[in-house]
Design a protein around this ligand. Sequence first.
Ligand SMILES: [Zn+2]
Length: 247
Amino acid sequence: MDDLTVRFWGTRGSIPTPGRETEKFGGNTTCIEVRYGDALIVFDAGSGIREMGLSWMQEFSGESIDANLLFTHVHWDHIQGFPFFGCAYQPQTSLTIYGAERPGGGMQQLLSGQMSGDWFPVPLSAMQAKMDFRTVTDEFKIGPVTIKPFQLPHPGGALGYRVEAGDSVFVLATDCELDQVATNRDELKTDNFKPRQYDKELLKFFRGAQLLVIDCQYTDELYKNCVGWGHNSVATVVDICAQVHRV
Ligand SMILES: [Zn+2]
């Protein structure tokens, strides 16, 4: 039986944060690599994807690379590393790129936007990798891996992903403010220390995960001043985890 492995190449939000204070977890923005057998799956192309690409070029050293790049959303910290992803400039690379349609277009338009005009000297069309762009709507398969996308409340929208492979379940829910969809959200407006209640359909995406990667940017104290900014408090995440066993 293959193992599902998860490797973090970028863990930060908003902007890369180099320096001594971030050396433990690294200063790069979001990029997470998941492998299962031959399946190569990458979530988001924050600045961490640059180092991942350098590592892959050593590992595969000229051999073909067949990878899947899944975007949660296209806020800049989740796409800014893509122009620096070395493997995308190599003709022996094949990339299947998944994401949601946004008002600005599909993933091809959204990724080429940051590489066009005054913003970047090299256009997306200069990347020699074979790219297949797909709009995520429903559950899909990558080899033996099942990917279940779900909507997350975040400014402009974001996707969470439940990854099922063999007996392993990994759930990624970066960038979300789940209080916005709590069934008792009106009650929370007057008392944000009340336990949050969630719809069963949402809880099902979290059920049985051995590893959950989820936004928990704020303490409850800080969150009071940041409602509507699109990120969870720690207590929200605790409430979600306490409830998943009930569905
Ligand atoms: Zn975001």
